[in-house]
Write a protein that binds this ligand. Structure first.
Ligand SMILES: [Fe+2]
Ligand SMILES: [Fe+2]
Length: 178
């Protein structure tokens, strides 16, 4: 998926607006999915590390959107947009379910690559809808994307430092600790 240019309207005029920050996270996760695809079949160490990092990035990203972006979108958008937000919450539920499954598995184990592939496809679909529908509608709304971007950036730093504090491990659902 390629990065998309949004029309610069409303409050979306700085590099740190909410949508630019979240889109950068989308691109980072896409890179991880691609790197996993390129990893040699028997390079279990690389696969494990890439899958772990992907799960961490997705955990932080889904929290940021559910805590900050989606509530703001529910407020700022008309009924049709609120429907898109409801769908996004359900897709996040599926993403988190697959992340939790992956975190109980080991690279090389039967089903590990398949689970990661389905996660990649699901996230690809979700990101596409998010950027083309939800983000596009938010660009045209009265939502203060700069202020929201500041809150998202601050919360992202908090979540990352909590994750750093517990260290990297594959077992368990770390989102409970965040
Ligand atoms: Fe999302
Ligand atoms: Fe997203």
């Amino acid at each position: 998926m390629e990065a998309k240019e949004h029309v610069q309207t409303g409050t979306r005029s700085t590099p740190n607006d909410a949508l630019t920050v979240l889109e950068a996270q989308h691109r980072a996760v896409e890179k991880l999915f691609k790197a996993f695809e390129r990893a040699a079949d028997d390079d279990l160490e690389a696969k494990a590390a890439l899958a772990q990092r992907t799960c961490e990035e997705l955990s932080i990203h889904t929290i940021l959107e559910e805590e900050l972006l989606y509530p703001a979108a529910q407020e700022a958008l008309p009924e049709s947009g609120r429907m898109d937000v409801e769908e996004a919450y359900i897709e996040h539920f599926l993403v988190k379910t697959l992340v939790a499954k992956l975190e109980t598995m080991k690279a090389g184990e039967k089903g590990f690559d398949a689970t990661f592939k389905v996660l990649s496809e699901l996230v690809g679909h979700h990101v596409e809808e998010e950027e083309e529908d939800l983000f596009a509608q938010l660009c045209k709304s009265k939502c203060d994307l700069r202020a929201l971007g500041d809150r998202i950036t601050k919360r992202a730093a908090e979540l990352q430092s909590k994750l750093d504090a517990v260290g990297s491990r594959l077992v368990g659902d770390r989102t409970d600790m965040l």
